[in-house]
Design a protein around this ligand. Structure first.
Ligand code: ATP
Ligand code: MG
Length: 334
């Protein structure tokens, strides 16, 4: 990867819970790599988290700290990447307000990410307008920083598309080239499945191994993973593809050949789920141990300092974009 310090990278997480292994392979690892190559911003999206957690603001607030602890624990360096809190950069809310005119309700309802989240969350007839419109606020987040590189999981691709539709429409209507189109950058594991084998690992679904899970919890989760239901006896031939343990071994174990040999044996029959679960448990414990230890050594004061500095810098950048946007919209009067 080339070093392009003049290009901006922006990513973020909703503080709805601590981060999990899906984030680790889906976004955190690539952020650690990218932080030295691009002008990097990482946003803790507390305002976005409130769109579907508006009645539990204390949960969102507490998780801002959990998420930042995870960042530092996996090696995100606040000297290289600017970490900030979304709600503290008011300019983003103002930009959202103007962008809301550039997208239709039906377009938002048809966004595949929003659509599947609406189903999951079972809002029924009571969809909060803020939730339906969160892709617009995401467009504000991205464009405020003129970010072009957005490392995300697969589930977020339609959101980048909505952002770019807004950018194109804005630049066309206001005859400006102020806003830049963004490009999603998918990591090697764009969608890690949950331990239930049903949906992607997610904080909200409770089907993920968290980076802060203690050793015994990790073990318990590994041993409760969804495996091939037709593989009843050790000697039965097994299906590797539906077996979540293999999916995780593929994602986290670094010896390809060893995994391939195990897969062959599992397909033929003669390999028990306990054996592969033990191997996965050892693999994950090795990865998670240093992260957990580092996480425990980070204080709240340290996090506050990181966030205050990052937020201040971010506000200055977002304020420039906002003033350009208002300028071409004819909203600067005096
Ligand atoms: P929530 O359930 O609250 O939506 P989440 O687990 O989906 O939480 P987000 O904060 O929505 O996490 O996502 C942050 C980033 O991590 C996004 O870029 C998303 O694509 C990525 N991500 C989330 N879950 C996974 C996963 N299972 N595999 C790969 N990437 C993921
Ligand atoms: Mg999500």
């Amino acid at each position: 990867m080339e070093i392009e310090k003049n290009k901006v990278m922006l990513t973020g997480d909703r503080p709805t819970g601590a981060l999990h292994l899906g984030h680790y392979v889906g976004s955190l690892l690539s952020r650690v790599e990218m932080q030295s190559k691009f002008d990097s911003y990482i946003m803790v999206a507390d305002a976005q988290a409130l769109t579907d957690n508006f009645s539990t603001p204390e949960k969102v607030r507490a998780n801002v700290y959990e998420v930042v602890k995870d960042y530092i624990a996996v090696g995100i360096d606040p000297k290289k990447a600017t970490i900030f809190v979304q709600s503290q950069v008011q300019e983003l809310a103002e930009l959202t307000f103007y962008y809301l005119n550039l997208v239709t309700i039906s377009r938002l309802e048809r966004n595949p990410t929003v659509k599947s989240e609406l189903q999951q969350k079972e809002f029924g007839q009571s969809i909060p307008a803020g939730f339906l419109c969160y892709p617009v606020s995401q467009a504000a987040d991205i464009t405020a920083f003129k970010a072009e590189i957005i490392p995300v999981g697969e589930d977020q691709l339609p959101l980048i598309e909505t952002c770019n539709e807004i950018v194109r429409k804005f630049n066309r209507i206001y005859r400006a080239e102020i806003l830049l189109e963004a490009k999603a950058s998918l990591s090697r594991e764009a969608r890690l499945i949950g331990i239930d084998g049903k949906q992607k690992a997610s904080k909200s679904l409770g089907n993920a191994i968290m980076l802060c899970d203690e050793e015994d919890v990790v073990k318990e989760k590994v041993f409760s993973m969804f495996t091939d239901p037709n593989h009843i006896h050790v000697n039965d031939p097994g299906n590797v593809e539906v077996n979540v343990v293999f999916t995780y071994l593929d994602a986290f174990h670094d010896d390809r050949d060893e995994i391939d040999t195990l897969k062959q044996k599992y397909r033929k029959g003669g390999l028990g789920d306990k054996v592969i679960k033990s191997l996965l448990n050892d693999t994950l414990q090795k990865i998670l141990f240093p992260i957990r230890e580092r996480r425990k050594s980070i204080t709240k004061n340290q996090i506050d300092e990181i966030l205050i500095a990052g937020t201040e810098k971010s506000r200055a950048v977002a304020a420039v974009t906002l003033s350009q946007v208002k300028g071409v919209m004819g909203l600067s009067y005096w």
